[in-house]
Design a protein around this ligand. Sequence first.
Ligand SMILES: [Cu+2]
Length: 296
Amino acid sequence: MVEYSATVLGRGTAARTAGVAGAIAGTFLLTGCDIGSAFGHFGYPDSGISPQGNRMYDLWVGSVIAALAVGFFVWGLIFWCVVRYRKRSDELPVQTRFNLPIELIYTAVPFLIVSVLFYYTAIIQTDVDRLQPNPDVRVEVVAFKWNWEFRYLDKPGPNGLPVSTLGSSDYIPVLVVPTGKRIRFEETSKDLVHSFWVPDLLFKRDVFPGAKSRNVFEVTVTQTGWYVGRCAELCGAYHSMMNFELRAVSPEDYDRFIAEKQAGRSTPEALAAIGQPPLAQSTVPFPTKREQEERP
Ligand SMILES: [Cu+2]
């Protein structure tokens, strides 16, 4: 009985193959890798404008490689069995009721795979969610139907309130941040659940109403540029128009921008003053007026 199944798999083969697959996946997850770029990033966006995003990218690439290793192993077994044990005569093959070593292996190996994936997911999630005691910049993100306001909490303006940028249906709010600095976002909503999403950060987080439901997270942006931001929670009629722009500038330009804002300038004026395009470059306001259809 035992010989049949042992022949199918080869006793040590499954364990060795699983070990090799695990080791390969573990190596990719541990070291981070560029192999994803050779395969179209396995469907993940190519970004890398924040170290947090890079870590999530590595987790994705490692997970796909682990899944492919398991997939090729299983497909190989299936095709080998189909060919090797195809029907050759009407004689029944040896009937096997159980094989303890193989049953132990296929119980233990999935447990090991899940454990490895769980371990790296927990490590990277904890790292991405980590808050530092003294972030360099604190921005309050206020979501409302259907736009955004960004308040620079530690930077009071002429009226003593934090300087801010407020979006409207005619104006895409530009969220200016410095590169290389730890930025803390504190989210709150004025009405219902929205979701702050900058695709290039490979990150989004829901924005809840209520003082007790503030979501807080931190990122570091490493590359200057403009990146579109969106609401990722279906929040009503104009949800799809709830866009903003993340504008990453050098720390010196950021300080000048804040100084201009504190002097009472509007965000487009302050952006122009530091040599930046005054309006959003990654998206444009959507027309909100609907033309009445002519009816016969
Ligand atoms: Cu929304």
